[in-house]
Every structure is written in C-alpha cells, then in structure tokens.
Design a binder for this molecule. Structure first.
Ligand SMILES: Nc1ncnc2c1ncn2[C@@H]1O[C@H](COP(=O)(O)OP(=O)(O)OP(=O)(O)O)[C@@H](O)[C@H]1O
Ligand SMILES: [Mg+2]
Length: 483
C-alpha cells in the first residue's frame, strides 16, 4: 500500500448468508480526495459501506484502513430518546464530571451544527426533530467523530438545495484538511460536482472507475444501468378540465396556515417549498393525521369529514409518507404483507387472511416496479433503500385510491427506477387519479406538473403555471423574495 493511501480494498467479496452481493471490488482512497460511488438500487453501495466500517465481515478479500472511518448510513441510526448532544457523543463521551461533560458536549454540538448552518438546541430530544434535522444531526455526529475517512451514504435525500450547499462546503473544507471522503448519491449532478473520481457499481461488481471530468450526468447514468437511456420524464398530461376533484379552502392545522387550492382528476399538482415550510404538514392534514382547526375540504363538490386516517381512506385518499422507515413500512415484516397491509380486509377469506392472494398481488407489484428482492417473503429491512421505497409505493397503491398524496416519492431511487415511478404517477393521473406531488427535487415537479404550489411558512406563497414554471421563480417564491 502506498504511503499516501488511507484505505486499500482488494478483491473484496461480501455476502448476506449465501447470497453474494459484492465481488471483485478493488480500489484505494487517498487523503484529501472525494471518491464517489454510483450504482442502481441494490447494486451494493450500502453493503460496501458496511464492510468498510467493519459492520459486515467480508466473505473474501482485504480491507486495510490506516485511519478510523465514520459513516453516515442511509437509514437513520439515532437514538430517539436521547438528546441531540447525547447522540452526537454516543460511545465517545468526554471523561470528566457530569456538569462539565454536559457543558462541553453542548458547546461542541452547537459548533458542529453551526458549521452546517443549522440551529437546533443540543438538549432537544431526537424524536422531536424533523427528518431533515435528524439528517443534519447524523452528519454532525459523523463529522464530530473526527475520523480520517468520512463515508456519506445518500446524505442529501432529505435536504434542500441550501442545506446541501452548506454540507458541500463543509465536505470541501474537511478534504482540504486532509480527510478522505466517500460520497454516495443518486443525485448524479451532486456526485459529479463534488467528487474527483467515481466508481460505478453494477450488480455488485465494479463496472468502472472514472474521472469526474470525463462524465456528464447522462453518461454516468448510462454507465450505471449499462445501457442507453431514453428521456426521463414522460410527456406532460393535457391540462385538466371540468370540476375539481378536491377543493381545499382556507385550511388551517398545526403548521398549516390558511391554504386554499383545487386539484382536478387527471392532474399532477406539484408542491414545492423549503424544508420545514409546511409541505408535509399539509399532506398529513389532508390524510387525517392532523386536526383541522379551520377551513373546508370538498371532494367531488361535497364537503367531507376528515378527522382520522380512516376518514381519509374512506374518501379514497392515499398518502406516501416522507418518513419511509418511521411510519411507512413495518421493517421486520415480509414485503408481501407490507404491500397489502393498508388494504388487508380485501385479503380476508372466511375470516382468515388469504396468503396466496397476498403473495400473488405482491408479485405483481414486484414485477411492475422491477423491485429487487430474494422473495416476497423477505423482510423489508433487508431490501436496499430504493427498493424499500418501491415497496412503500405499492402499499399506498393497494388501497385503490382516487386522490394520491406523494411526499418525496423518488427519494433515494436510482435513475432507472425513477423513470418507472414517473411513468407510474403519470399513468395513474392519466387514468383519472388526482395527484399531489410534494418534492424537493425541482426538476421533478417541473418535469411532471403544469401547476406547482409553493409553500412558505405554512401558507401558499403562490401557484406557479405557464411561463412562470421555472426553477428561478419557484426558488424566489419559496424564499419569499417574489410575491
Ligand atoms: N441485511 C440484508 N440481508 C439480505 N440481503 C440484503 C441485506 N441488505 C441488503 N441486501 C441485499 O443486498 C443487495 C445490495 O443492497 P445495498 O443496500 O448494498 O444496495 P445499494 O446499492 O445501497 O442500493 P440503494 O441505492 O437502493 O440504497 C440488495 O439486493 C439487497 O436486497
Ligand atoms: Mg444504499
């Protein structure tokens, strides 16, 4: 191993039980550099991270680390009942009296969060944080461990552009200090702008190592999937006509302040805004998860009662939550049960669950979403991140809804599968469903929607359409610099 190498991986092989997931992986990492890893869902990226961190024992090959490695894993690893500071120092608490320790931890935590441009009180319980805040704490925790190798597995899926930029300047500063970084993301433009070299994984093997300067997002995507790609967005649907399917007037709830809009059958209405602006709060209110304090909701022109999830389901509203692991899926349950969970009464025969029917339905979803799994009976926990997302979508679809609320549907999903999800949303709307698409990915809402509602401070900052459908207009409205 060269002197200047902090990590040397040779002919690495890795398996879960008897299923081989990685093989023939060899690369080196030099201090002060950022190596990107790209690959489709299930290619083996997170598995590689676990091997490097020592969480998973390789089946063959060698990993030599000259310095400790810290990782931000794809799924949250925080202890919900501990404070932010306690989480950041978990396992490496300073050794001094408890008063001093508390003060030291609080100060250090504040400093770390400051460098990321977030203000969270160190004493806050992690369970009280939003998803984006949790992610920031994960980042602070890894950075704070002061390890020579920093690995980031999809760190920005829940972050906005501004937050992402803050993270990038921090990463660049850390590499300037000599740290080595491994960066994994499905946001290919991010990978290309941040990393100097990019390793592409395909089906657990190295499909190539490239200099970022030789690639474009499209080229990189093609290396990932191993074929040429067609356009990512389907043609936009025709503008909807007739009476609206859903009419929301002066809606108020905790975090939602006087929002009015209408949504037609056959329409995909985009919802944009900064993190914490109230987009998910609006979604939760429309799904009966938040108490409506004022305003009305009408479906097909008739005012509905919306006091619980049951009310929402009865009115054929479905919701894909942004917090897949927190409230979307039962991780230790099999894939097929998860997919059919929301409509379980449909699968009862003479009072018993018809497991054959459940498995059949699940296989259909697995096929149409191209979900990679060993079998429908596999626990959802053992799926790769993007494939868990596909399972969550299937679950929400299975209730045969007429109104869909998608909160960040393509989070952590690779380019190929993203196209499948877009086609899917598109065909749902094409068949007459009314879709609300919340996304932090502006390209995504701009690519699919004719109208985009911008949320700011819990209120509607405007509905953008026609010539105003540009990134710039939306960002300015979201930030409050344009009325
Ligand atoms: N604990 C586990 N038990 C069994 N199989 C697993 C487990 N974790 C992952 N796998 C399988 O290993 C393969 C690689 O998964 P991995 O999570 O490394 O993919 P990934 O490249 O990180 O994908 P994504 O982009 O979706 O995050 C997948 O086929 C997945 O189903
Ligand atoms: Mg992963």
């Amino acid at each position: 191993m060269k002197n200047s190498t902090v990590l040397d991986v040779r002919e690495l092989e890795c398996a879960y039980g008897t299923v081989k997931v990685l093989s023939g992986i060899s690369f080196q990492l030099e201090p002060g550099t950022i190596l990107g890893i790209a690959g489709e869902n299930g290619a083996g990226k997170s598995t590689l991270v676990k091997c490097i961190c020592g969480l998973l024992k390789p089946a063959a090959g060698q990993i030599q680390r000259q310095v400790p490695a810290a990782a931000i894993h794809q799924e949250f690893n925080l202890a919900p009942d501990l404070t932010v500071a306690e989480n950041i120092f978990l396992g490496r608490e300073p050794e001094c009296g408890s008063m001093l320790k508390k003060k030291f931890m609080a100060e250090k935590t504040e400093q770390l969060l400051d460098s990321l441009g977030v203000s969270i009180t160190p004493e806050t319980l992690v369970s009280a944080l939003t998803v984006a805040e949790k992610q920031m704490v994960e980042i602070a925790k890894a950075v704070g461990s002061d390890s020579g190798i920093l690995i980031m597995d999809e760190p920005t899926t829940v972050l906005t552009q501004t937050e992402t930029e803050k993270l990038f300047s921090l990463v660049r500063a850390l590499t300037a200090q000599g740290k080595a970084v491994i960066y994994i993301s499905h946001k290919l433009d991010e990978v290309l702008s941040l990393c100097s070299r990019i390793m592409v994984l395909r089906d657990g093997a190295m499909a190539g190592m490239y200099n970022a300067s030789e690639l474009t997002p499209r080229l990189l995507a093609e290396k990932m999937v191993g074929r040429e790609l067609s356009r990512i967005f389907p043609d936009k649907l025709p503008p909807p006509a007739g009476v609206p399917k859903l009419e929301v007037e002066h809606l108020c709830a905790r975090g939602v302040n006087d929002i009015s809009f209408s949504l037609h059958a056959g329409e995909i209405l985009g919802v944009a805004g900064l993190n914490g602006a109230g987009r998910s709060e609006l979604a939760e209110t429309l799904f009966g998860l938040r108490k409506i304090t004022a305003g009305t909701v009408r479906i097909n022109g008739k005012e509905i009662r919306l006091r619980s999830v049951r009310d929402a389901l009865k009115n054929k509203i479905a919701f894909l939550t942004e917090d897949r692991q927190g409230s979307g899926l039962l991780l230790d349950f099999p894939i097929d049960l998860n997919m059919t969970l929301a409509a379980l009464p449909e699968y009862k025969k003479a009072g018993f669950l018809d497991f054959k029917k459940i498995a059949r339905k699940a296989l259909q979803y697995i096929k149409s979403f191209n979900l990679k799994c060993a079998s429908p009976a596999q626990a959802v926990r053992h799926l790769s991140g993007g494939n868990q997302q596909k399972a969550a979508i299937a679950k929400c679809l299975d209730t045969a809804p007429e109104i869909f609320i998608f909160d960040e549907p393509t989070r952590g999903v690779d380019v190929g599968a993203r196209r499948e999800i877009y086609d899917f949303v598109h065909s749902l709307a094409g068949k007459g469903a009314a879709c609300l698409l919340i996304s932090s990915d502006l390209e995504e809402v701009l690519g699919l929607c004719r109208r985009i509602m911008v949320i700011r401070n819990g209120s509607c900052a405007g509905i953008v359409s026609g010539e105003e459908l540009t990134e710039q207009h939306i960002i300015r409205k979201a930030a409050g610099v344009e009325k």
